[in-house]
Design a binder for this molecule. Structure first.
Ligand code: NAP
Length: 305
């Protein structure tokens, strides 16, 4: 299978690139000249690098034509981190994503797999099913939703299969250090006390290898067309996650649980209903939270300790 991955240098994309290579796919990545490709450096010689940027993706037309991806995994996104949720830079993703879809439609693409987000639903508390109304409140959520809706329509017009995965939260080795799990690990490894809320909020975290496996299954399952939530299907109190991390590093270390107040709009329960995706693909998470945290802590100990 000829696959194009955008965001292949990112946390999730790097695992997807490795998985696709392991499945015998021919893989191309859209790589910005400024990218630091450290997460995929060991496999870079096995992928076709298409040098370019989503903001000027038309310039990659000759390379897209010559590689002619059958499947596009569109994970590339400017401003994934929480500090960019309302950045106007989010809007760059709209134009770039749609232009890329138009480009690959001219070179035989037959399946567009788009990584959306739980942020498309807007403020929610509880179990998220795909039938909930979408009321995004951040520029990130609005742009994610807009790209999803517009690319769905374009795929219909071009007769391209369309899969939209709304991910809740990924974690694992090589994650963005600003995300909760790595930031707690890094603080504890430095001997610093992580300062946080009481941590009673229950969130759904999916191990990054399971995220990549779900994306792959949606590429090879004929029924995986349409919108699907992607998560572990389990909600765990943040407090237990943080305590588990502390115990894996040193059970004697102090935690600053409760030292910060909850946000005024604090979400206390987020959990994906993953039954639709499971039925369509047969995919199910393989790595328990306990095991995933162990692997994540081990990676940070080895690489950042
Ligand atoms: N991580 C999560 O928990 C989570 C949850 C919900 C949804 N998602 C979605 O899943 C996808 C992957 O997330 P992630 O955590 O792996 O993100 P990430 O680590 O921040 O990676 C983002 C990727 O997008 C690329 N990119 C950004 N702007 C680009 C541009 N203008 N042109 C080309 N490439 C560009 C980056 O390339 P550079 O190397 O050049 O920076 C990087 O490869 C994103 O669409 C994100 O919104 C993630």
């Amino acid at each position: 299978m000829r696959c194009l991955v955008t965001g292949g240098t990112g946390h999730i994309g790097s695992y997807l690139v490795q998985l696709l290579l392991g499945q015998g796919c021919q893989v191309a990545v859209l790589l910005r000249p400024t990218s630091n490709a450290w997460r995929i450096r060991e496999v870079l010689d096995r992928v076709r690098v298409i040098s370019g940027d989503l903001t000027s993706v038309a310039e990659t037309a000759p390379d897209m034509q010559s590689f002619a991806p059958a499947v596009v995994f569109h994970l590339g996104w400017e401003g994934v981190g929480s500090s960019y949720r309302n950045s106007p830079a989010q809007l760059q993703n709209l134009d770039g994503s749609l232009k890329l879809l138009q480009l690959v439609s001219q070179s035989g693409c037959r399946h567009w797999i788009y990584m959306g987000s739980q942020a498309e639903y807007g403020p929610c508390d509880g179990i998220l099913s795909e039938d909930l109304p979408v009321r995004p409140v951040t520029l990130y959520g609005v742009t994610k939703l807009s790209v999803g809706l517009l690319s769905q329509k374009l795929c219909e017009a071009y007769n391209i299969g369309f899969t939209w995965l709304r991910l809740l939260a990924a974690y694992g080795p090589m994650d963005d250090p600003q995300h909760l799990i790595p930031s707690v690990i890094l603080s504890l490894l430095k001997g610093e006390k992580p300062v946080m809320t009481a941590g009673e909020q229950r969130w759904d975290y999916l191990y990054v290898e399971d995220v990549a496996a779900a994306i792959w299954q949606s590429a090879i399952s004929p029924n995986a067309k349409g919108v699907f939530n992607l998560g572990s299907g389990q909600a765990t109190p943040v407090k237990s996650i943080v305590e588990r991390i502390r115990d894996l590093i040193d059970p004697g270390l102090p935690l600053g649980l409760g030292e910060l107040p909850y946000r005024h709009d604090q979400v206390m329960h987020l959990q994906a209903d993953i039954s639709r995706l499971q039925q369509a693909t047969g995919w199910t998470p393989q790595v328990s939270l306990d095991e995933g945290l162990q692997r994540t802590v081990d990676w940070y100990k080895k690489n950042c300790g």
